[in-house]
Design a protein around this ligand. Structure first.
Ligand SMILES: *Cc1c(COP(=O)(O)O)cnc(C)c1O
Length: 237
């Protein structure tokens, strides 16, 4: 119990600092603070941390591996806590059904084949369509995930016309070694183009612990924060 109290205090302090960074970034960009949602990236951390964050007012959590996320989501639900679960990792098609069962948003759709698998999964096990963001590769290297070039528009159109899916916007990670401002400026231009064809696709998930200010400057509606909230992860994922 004492340990749990210590962890709660640590998370509360980190959360306050992250919320202050978001508020300052919004003020600097002349945006209302309510226009940016914090998604707490809880990957590698236990369900107990998810519950503590929920108790501190966090509403959205992000996970990148189905093996970890499905169990955590079940534990949190069993505790009677309702959160929005964002799946933010590379996703194999054979995991689509598992993810569609607990995720509220899948942010990492980057291929027609994955979109088709998620559509089938959502239609078979969900009452409501599954919200989807298309992940964009900002450096043109698809190995880190993300649609490259015109694939972005092909995958977006496919998701928008899928009965089991709802196209909500774009997600991206700033490339290593590039100024996040120039990368997120490209992302913002793509988001502006997407919303012309798909007026409901207004979500823009960008910005992590190191670059949330740049993301907010370029219109992010959701920032995905792991390290600054929960601490350094042991592994590099
Ligand atoms: C891990 C991860 C994050 C969080 O990164 P931090 O630098 O720890 O804030 C955000 N987005 C994605 C896609 C991730 O995999």
């Amino acid at each position: 119990m004492a340990d749990d109290e210590g962890r709660r205090a640590e998370l509360a302090a980190n959360l306050q600092q992250v919320r202050e960074r978001i508020a300052r970034a919004c003020a600097a960009a002349d945006r209302p603070v309510g226009s940016v949602t914090l998604t707490a990236v809880t990957k590698t951390y236990p369900a107990s941390d998810v519950l503590l964050l929920a108790g501190l007012g966090v509403t959205d959590v992000g996970e990148n591996r189905d093996q970890d996320a499905s169990g955590k989501a079940a534990l949190v639900r069993a505790a009677g806590v309702r959160l929005r679960w964002h799946f933010i990792g590379q996703l194999q098609r054979n995991k689509a059904k598992s993810v569609a069962a607990y995720a509220d948003v899948v942010e990492s759709v980057d291929s027609l084949r994955l979109a088709a698998a998620l559509d089938r999964a959502a239609l078979s096990i969900r009452d409501e369509p599954l919200d989807v963001l298309i992940q964009v590769s900002l450096d043109g290297d698809p190995s880190r995930g993300g649609a490259v070039g015109d694939d972005l528009w092909r995958v977006s159109d496919a998701v928008a016309s899928s009965d089991g899916l709802r196209l909500r916007g774009l997600m991206a990670v700033a490339p290593l070694g590039e100024d996040p401002d120039t990368a997120f400026a490209r992302l913002s231009a793509l988001a502006g183009r997407l919303v012309v064809d798909h007026p409901g696709a207004t979500m823009l998930s960008a910005g992590m612990s190191g670059d949330l200010e740049a993301a907010v400057r370029h219109g992010a509606t959701h920032v995905r924060i792991g390290t600054s909230l929960l601490g350094m992860r042991n592994s590099l994922r």
